[in-house]
Write a protein that binds this ligand. Structure first.
Ligand SMILES: *Cc1c(COP(=O)(O)O)cnc(C)c1O
Length: 359
Protein backbone atom coordinates (compact mmCIF):
# COMPACT_ATOMS: atom_id res chain seq x y z
CA UNK A 1 0.00 0.00 0.00
CA UNK A 2 1.23 3.45 -0.83
CA UNK A 3 -0.18 6.63 0.65
CA UNK A 4 0.19 9.93 -1.22
CA UNK A 5 3.68 11.41 -0.88
CA UNK A 6 2.30 14.81 0.09
CA UNK A 7 0.74 13.33 3.24
CA UNK A 8 4.24 12.78 4.66
CA UNK A 9 4.82 16.53 4.43
CA UNK A 10 1.85 17.36 6.64
CA UNK A 11 2.72 17.95 10.26
CA UNK A 12 0.17 16.68 12.77
CA UNK A 13 -2.43 19.24 13.78
CA UNK A 14 -1.61 20.16 17.37
CA UNK A 15 -4.84 21.04 19.14
CA UNK A 16 -5.00 22.86 22.45
CA UNK A 17 -4.54 20.36 25.27
CA UNK A 18 -7.45 18.74 27.07
CA UNK A 19 -7.85 17.77 30.71
CA UNK A 20 -7.01 14.14 29.82
CA UNK A 21 -3.67 15.22 28.31
CA UNK A 22 -2.28 16.53 31.58
CA UNK A 23 0.58 14.54 33.06
CA UNK A 24 -0.37 12.27 35.98
CA UNK A 25 1.99 14.37 38.12
CA UNK A 26 -0.58 17.17 38.10
CA UNK A 27 -2.38 16.46 41.34
CA UNK A 28 -5.48 18.59 40.87
CA UNK A 29 -9.03 17.23 40.73
CA UNK A 30 -10.27 17.03 37.12
CA UNK A 31 -13.24 19.28 37.75
CA UNK A 32 -10.96 21.97 39.21
CA UNK A 33 -8.85 22.20 36.05
CA UNK A 34 -9.61 25.19 33.85
CA UNK A 35 -9.18 24.70 30.09
CA UNK A 36 -7.99 27.91 28.44
CA UNK A 37 -6.27 26.32 25.46
CA UNK A 38 -8.72 26.34 22.52
CA UNK A 39 -10.52 29.69 22.70
CA UNK A 40 -13.89 28.21 23.48
CA UNK A 41 -16.58 30.32 25.13
CA UNK A 42 -16.08 29.55 28.85
CA UNK A 43 -19.78 29.94 29.60
CA UNK A 44 -22.09 26.95 29.06
CA UNK A 45 -24.69 27.10 26.29
CA UNK A 46 -27.97 28.82 27.14
CA UNK A 47 -30.98 26.76 28.20
CA UNK A 48 -32.50 27.40 24.75
CA UNK A 49 -29.60 25.57 23.13
CA UNK A 50 -29.66 22.74 25.64
CA UNK A 51 -33.44 22.37 25.23
CA UNK A 52 -33.05 22.20 21.45
CA UNK A 53 -30.48 19.42 21.70
CA UNK A 54 -32.62 17.46 24.18
CA UNK A 55 -35.87 18.03 22.28
CA UNK A 56 -34.50 16.79 18.97
CA UNK A 57 -32.53 13.86 20.38
CA UNK A 58 -35.34 11.45 19.53
CA UNK A 59 -35.20 12.46 15.85
CA UNK A 60 -31.66 11.39 15.14
CA UNK A 61 -32.79 8.21 13.41
CA UNK A 62 -33.41 10.61 10.49
CA UNK A 63 -30.73 12.24 8.34
CA UNK A 64 -30.39 15.99 8.86
CA UNK A 65 -31.68 18.43 6.22
CA UNK A 66 -28.49 19.68 4.56
CA UNK A 67 -30.30 22.76 3.25
CA UNK A 68 -32.06 23.53 6.53
CA UNK A 69 -34.15 26.62 5.72
CA UNK A 70 -34.40 27.50 9.39
CA UNK A 71 -30.63 27.47 9.98
CA UNK A 72 -29.78 29.26 6.72
CA UNK A 73 -32.58 31.73 7.48
CA UNK A 74 -31.20 32.41 10.95
CA UNK A 75 -27.71 33.12 9.61
CA UNK A 76 -29.20 35.26 6.85
CA UNK A 77 -31.12 37.31 9.43
CA UNK A 78 -28.11 37.60 11.75
CA UNK A 79 -25.84 39.10 9.08
CA UNK A 80 -28.38 40.45 6.61
CA UNK A 81 -26.87 38.33 3.84
CA UNK A 82 -28.97 36.38 1.28
CA UNK A 83 -29.19 32.61 1.74
CA UNK A 84 -27.64 32.18 -1.74
CA UNK A 85 -24.40 33.60 -0.33
CA UNK A 86 -24.26 31.34 2.75
CA UNK A 87 -22.70 27.89 2.94
CA UNK A 88 -22.71 25.84 6.17
CA UNK A 89 -20.48 22.89 7.03
CA UNK A 90 -19.06 21.06 10.05
CA UNK A 91 -17.12 23.95 11.53
CA UNK A 92 -14.89 26.36 9.65
CA UNK A 93 -12.57 23.38 9.36
CA UNK A 94 -15.20 21.58 7.29
CA UNK A 95 -15.79 24.71 5.21
CA UNK A 96 -12.04 24.98 4.55
CA UNK A 97 -11.83 21.36 3.37
CA UNK A 98 -14.70 21.97 0.97
CA UNK A 99 -13.13 25.18 -0.35
CA UNK A 100 -9.87 23.32 -1.03
CA UNK A 101 -11.80 20.78 -3.08
CA UNK A 102 -13.37 23.65 -5.01
CA UNK A 103 -10.22 25.70 -5.68
CA UNK A 104 -7.15 23.46 -5.63
CA UNK A 105 -5.68 21.48 -8.49
CA UNK A 106 -2.48 19.60 -7.78
CA UNK A 107 0.51 21.96 -7.25
CA UNK A 108 -1.54 25.14 -7.11
CA UNK A 109 -0.22 27.56 -4.52
CA UNK A 110 -1.88 29.14 -1.53
CA UNK A 111 -0.48 32.21 0.24
CA UNK A 112 -0.47 32.11 4.04
CA UNK A 113 0.86 35.02 6.13
CA UNK A 114 2.35 33.51 9.32
CA UNK A 115 2.02 33.02 12.22
CA UNK A 116 -1.62 32.06 11.89
CA UNK A 117 -4.19 29.27 12.31
CA UNK A 118 -2.39 26.05 11.39
CA UNK A 119 -5.20 24.25 9.64
CA UNK A 120 -4.98 26.41 6.48
CA UNK A 121 -1.61 24.87 5.69
CA UNK A 122 -2.61 21.34 6.64
CA UNK A 123 -5.76 21.19 4.55
CA UNK A 124 -4.03 22.94 1.63
CA UNK A 125 -1.28 20.31 1.49
CA UNK A 126 -3.78 17.51 1.98
CA UNK A 127 -5.58 18.69 -1.14
CA UNK A 128 -2.41 18.87 -3.24
CA UNK A 129 -1.55 22.56 -2.86
CA UNK A 130 1.83 24.12 -2.14
CA UNK A 131 1.65 26.55 0.79
CA UNK A 132 3.74 29.71 0.44
CA UNK A 133 4.22 31.66 3.64
CA UNK A 134 5.33 35.19 4.35
CA UNK A 135 6.26 36.18 7.88
CA UNK A 136 4.64 39.09 9.69
CA UNK A 137 6.78 41.71 11.43
CA UNK A 138 7.38 41.83 15.21
CA UNK A 139 3.96 43.43 15.74
CA UNK A 140 2.35 40.74 13.57
CA UNK A 141 1.62 43.16 10.75
CA UNK A 142 2.06 42.32 7.10
CA UNK A 143 1.45 44.78 4.28
CA UNK A 144 -0.65 44.06 1.20
CA UNK A 145 2.50 44.64 -0.88
CA UNK A 146 4.43 41.95 0.98
CA UNK A 147 1.58 39.53 0.38
CA UNK A 148 1.02 40.40 -3.27
CA UNK A 149 4.77 40.32 -4.05
CA UNK A 150 4.76 36.62 -3.18
CA UNK A 151 1.78 35.70 -5.35
CA UNK A 152 2.02 34.39 -8.90
CA UNK A 153 -0.17 32.85 -11.62
CA UNK A 154 -0.38 29.58 -9.75
CA UNK A 155 -1.62 31.15 -6.51
CA UNK A 156 -5.31 30.32 -6.09
CA UNK A 157 -5.96 31.53 -2.56
CA UNK A 158 -4.71 34.17 -0.13
CA UNK A 159 -5.59 33.48 3.51
CA UNK A 160 -6.20 36.34 5.92
CA UNK A 161 -7.29 35.86 9.51
CA UNK A 162 -8.76 38.82 11.38
CA UNK A 163 -8.64 38.89 14.36
CA UNK A 164 -5.64 36.65 13.82
CA UNK A 165 -5.14 33.46 15.78
CA UNK A 166 -2.84 33.21 17.80
CA UNK A 167 -1.80 36.89 17.84
CA UNK A 168 -5.16 38.61 18.42
CA UNK A 169 -4.63 41.64 16.13
CA UNK A 170 -6.96 42.69 13.32
CA UNK A 171 -5.98 43.15 9.70
CA UNK A 172 -6.15 46.84 8.70
CA UNK A 173 -9.05 47.68 6.39
CA UNK A 174 -6.85 49.65 3.99
CA UNK A 175 -4.52 46.67 3.49
CA UNK A 176 -7.45 44.30 3.08
CA UNK A 177 -8.84 46.40 0.22
CA UNK A 178 -5.42 46.47 -1.44
CA UNK A 179 -5.20 42.68 -1.27
CA UNK A 180 -8.71 42.30 -2.70
CA UNK A 181 -7.96 44.79 -5.49
CA UNK A 182 -4.56 43.30 -6.31
CA UNK A 183 -5.42 39.61 -6.57
CA UNK A 184 -7.63 37.69 -9.00
CA UNK A 185 -7.90 34.49 -6.97
CA UNK A 186 -9.91 33.90 -3.81
CA UNK A 187 -9.20 35.92 -0.68
CA UNK A 188 -10.38 33.80 2.25
CA UNK A 189 -10.89 36.09 5.24
CA UNK A 190 -11.34 34.09 8.45
CA UNK A 191 -13.54 36.04 10.85
CA UNK A 192 -13.84 33.27 13.46
CA UNK A 193 -13.44 35.90 16.22
CA UNK A 194 -15.28 38.81 14.57
CA UNK A 195 -17.91 39.07 17.30
CA UNK A 196 -15.26 39.96 19.87
CA UNK A 197 -13.89 42.73 17.63
CA UNK A 198 -17.16 44.34 16.49
CA UNK A 199 -15.85 43.58 13.03
CA UNK A 200 -17.97 42.51 10.09
CA UNK A 201 -16.61 42.23 6.57
CA UNK A 202 -19.38 39.92 5.34
CA UNK A 203 -20.98 42.86 3.49
CA UNK A 204 -17.95 42.98 1.17
CA UNK A 205 -19.55 40.10 -0.69
CA UNK A 206 -21.63 42.81 -2.40
CA UNK A 207 -18.56 44.75 -3.54
CA UNK A 208 -15.98 42.10 -4.42
CA UNK A 209 -16.42 38.88 -6.36
CA UNK A 210 -13.25 37.33 -4.93
CA UNK A 211 -13.89 37.45 -1.18
CA UNK A 212 -14.98 34.55 1.01
CA UNK A 213 -15.59 35.32 4.68
CA UNK A 214 -15.53 32.51 7.24
CA UNK A 215 -17.58 32.53 10.43
CA UNK A 216 -18.11 29.95 13.17
CA UNK A 217 -20.46 29.09 16.02
CA UNK A 218 -17.53 27.64 17.97
CA UNK A 219 -16.25 30.82 19.57
CA UNK A 220 -18.65 33.65 20.48
CA UNK A 221 -21.72 31.46 19.94
CA UNK A 222 -20.39 28.91 22.38
CA UNK A 223 -21.13 25.60 20.65
CA UNK A 224 -17.66 24.41 19.63
CA UNK A 225 -18.64 20.85 20.51
CA UNK A 226 -21.46 20.87 17.93
CA UNK A 227 -19.16 21.73 14.97
CA UNK A 228 -20.97 24.40 12.95
CA UNK A 229 -19.23 26.95 10.75
CA UNK A 230 -20.13 28.78 7.58
CA UNK A 231 -18.87 30.88 4.73
CA UNK A 232 -20.26 34.05 3.18
CA UNK A 233 -19.34 33.65 -0.47
CA UNK A 234 -20.35 34.28 -4.10
CA UNK A 235 -23.34 32.18 -5.18
CA UNK A 236 -21.26 30.48 -7.87
CA UNK A 237 -18.80 29.23 -5.24
CA UNK A 238 -21.61 28.07 -2.98
CA UNK A 239 -22.97 25.92 -5.82
CA UNK A 240 -19.53 24.39 -6.34
CA UNK A 241 -19.23 23.69 -2.61
CA UNK A 242 -22.55 21.85 -2.61
CA UNK A 243 -21.32 19.61 -5.42
CA UNK A 244 -18.14 18.46 -3.71
CA UNK A 245 -18.89 18.33 0.02
CA UNK A 246 -20.18 15.33 1.93
CA UNK A 247 -23.98 15.44 1.68
CA UNK A 248 -24.81 15.46 5.40
CA UNK A 249 -21.83 17.21 6.96
CA UNK A 250 -23.71 19.03 9.74
CA UNK A 251 -25.49 16.73 12.18
CA UNK A 252 -29.18 16.89 13.05
CA UNK A 253 -28.50 18.11 16.60
CA UNK A 254 -25.86 20.58 15.44
CA UNK A 255 -28.36 22.23 13.11
CA UNK A 256 -30.88 22.58 15.93
CA UNK A 257 -28.30 23.83 18.43
CA UNK A 258 -27.00 26.40 15.93
CA UNK A 259 -30.52 27.59 15.15
CA UNK A 260 -31.27 28.00 18.86
CA UNK A 261 -27.96 29.81 19.52
CA UNK A 262 -28.58 32.24 16.65
CA UNK A 263 -31.98 32.98 18.15
CA UNK A 264 -30.56 33.74 21.57
CA UNK A 265 -28.43 36.78 20.80
CA UNK A 266 -29.24 38.31 24.15
CA UNK A 267 -27.38 35.53 25.95
CA UNK A 268 -24.55 35.48 23.39
CA UNK A 269 -24.06 39.22 23.72
CA UNK A 270 -24.03 38.89 27.50
CA UNK A 271 -21.21 36.34 27.33
CA UNK A 272 -19.31 38.42 24.74
CA UNK A 273 -19.45 41.40 27.11
CA UNK A 274 -18.16 39.31 30.02
CA UNK A 275 -15.35 37.93 27.85
CA UNK A 276 -14.30 41.40 26.70
CA UNK A 277 -14.09 42.53 30.33
CA UNK A 278 -12.03 39.43 31.13
CA UNK A 279 -9.76 40.16 28.16
CA UNK A 280 -9.06 43.67 29.46
CA UNK A 281 -8.37 42.26 32.91
CA UNK A 282 -5.90 39.67 31.61
CA UNK A 283 -4.12 42.18 29.36
CA UNK A 284 -3.63 44.51 32.29
CA UNK A 285 -2.79 42.02 35.01
CA UNK A 286 -0.77 39.16 33.55
CA UNK A 287 2.77 39.93 34.77
CA UNK A 288 4.39 39.49 31.33
CA UNK A 289 4.20 41.35 28.05
CA UNK A 290 0.75 40.87 26.52
CA UNK A 291 -0.34 41.90 23.03
CA UNK A 292 -3.48 43.92 22.33
CA UNK A 293 -6.24 41.45 21.47
CA UNK A 294 -9.48 41.82 19.54
CA UNK A 295 -10.42 38.18 20.14
CA UNK A 296 -11.26 36.04 23.19
CA UNK A 297 -7.67 35.16 23.96
CA UNK A 298 -4.48 36.96 24.88
CA UNK A 299 -1.01 36.32 23.49
CA UNK A 300 1.65 36.41 26.20
CA UNK A 301 5.42 36.73 25.71
CA UNK A 302 6.81 34.74 28.66
CA UNK A 303 10.51 35.44 28.02
CA UNK A 304 13.00 35.01 29.60
CA UNK A 305 11.17 31.74 30.25
CA UNK A 306 10.32 29.17 27.59
CA UNK A 307 6.68 28.66 26.70
CA UNK A 308 6.82 24.93 27.56
CA UNK A 309 8.10 25.73 31.05
CA UNK A 310 5.32 28.22 31.81
CA UNK A 311 2.81 25.77 30.35
CA UNK A 312 3.92 23.08 32.80
CA UNK A 313 3.97 25.47 35.74
CA UNK A 314 0.45 26.67 34.95
CA UNK A 315 -0.71 23.06 34.56
CA UNK A 316 0.55 22.29 38.07
CA UNK A 317 -1.67 25.15 39.21
CA UNK A 318 -4.74 23.85 37.36
CA UNK A 319 -4.65 25.80 34.08
CA UNK A 320 -4.33 24.42 30.58
CA UNK A 321 -3.12 27.09 28.14
CA UNK A 322 -1.75 26.92 24.61
CA UNK A 323 1.96 26.63 23.83
CA UNK A 324 2.42 28.63 20.61
CA UNK A 325 5.64 26.89 19.55
CA UNK A 326 3.62 24.63 17.24
CA UNK A 327 2.53 27.68 15.20
CA UNK A 328 4.92 28.13 12.29
CA UNK A 329 6.96 31.29 12.79
CA UNK A 330 6.21 31.74 16.50
CA UNK A 331 9.34 30.51 18.27
CA UNK A 332 9.33 29.23 21.85
CA UNK A 333 8.49 32.21 24.03
CA UNK A 334 4.76 32.67 23.44
CA UNK A 335 1.71 31.19 25.09
CA UNK A 336 -1.92 31.90 24.21
CA UNK A 337 -4.45 32.14 26.98
CA UNK A 338 -8.18 31.97 26.27
CA UNK A 339 -10.26 34.36 28.35
CA UNK A 340 -12.06 32.38 31.05
CA UNK A 341 -14.89 33.13 33.43
CA UNK A 342 -14.31 36.03 35.81
CA UNK A 343 -13.17 33.90 38.74
CA UNK A 344 -10.87 31.81 36.52
CA UNK A 345 -9.14 34.92 35.18
CA UNK A 346 -8.42 36.15 38.71
CA UNK A 347 -7.01 32.77 39.73
CA UNK A 348 -4.96 32.60 36.53
CA UNK A 349 -3.29 35.93 37.26
CA UNK A 350 -2.58 34.67 40.80
CA UNK A 351 -0.98 31.56 39.30
CA UNK A 352 1.28 33.65 37.05
CA UNK A 353 2.35 35.78 40.02
CA UNK A 354 2.96 32.67 42.07
CA UNK A 355 5.26 31.24 39.37
CA UNK A 356 7.27 34.47 39.24
CA UNK A 357 7.62 34.53 43.02
CA UNK A 358 9.25 31.11 43.04
CA UNK A 359 11.69 31.59 40.16
C1 LIG B 1 -11.15 28.15 16.14
C2 LIG B 1 -10.83 28.61 14.80
C3 LIG B 1 -11.44 28.06 13.68
C4 LIG B 1 -12.18 26.75 13.78
O1 LIG B 1 -13.51 26.92 13.81
P1 LIG B 1 -14.47 25.66 13.77
O2 LIG B 1 -15.70 26.27 13.24
O3 LIG B 1 -14.58 25.19 15.19
O4 LIG B 1 -13.90 24.61 12.88
C5 LIG B 1 -11.24 28.62 12.45
N1 LIG B 1 -10.40 29.65 12.28
C6 LIG B 1 -9.75 30.17 13.33
C7 LIG B 1 -8.82 31.30 13.11
C8 LIG B 1 -9.93 29.66 14.60
O5 LIG B 1 -9.23 30.14 15.63
Amino acid sequence: MQIRKSIDKISDYVPGKNVDDLSPSVSIARDKIVKLSSNENPYPPSTKVIDAIVNYANKVNYYPDPHSKRLYGAISAYLNIPVDNIYVNAGVDGVLDTLMKVFIDCNDKVMIPIPTFTYYELTAIAHGAIPVSVTMDENFFISAEDILDNVDDRTKIIFLCSPNNPTGNIYPEKELFKVLDGFNGAVILDEAYAEFANQNYTGLINEYDNIIVLRTLSKAFGIAGMRVGYAILPEKIKKACLKVSTPFAVSYLSIEAAYAALNDLEYINYTIQKIKEGRDYLQENIPFKTYPSYANFVLVDVSPFKSSFILDELAKRGFIVRDCSSFRGMGDKFIRVSVGREEDNVRLVDAFNNILKIF
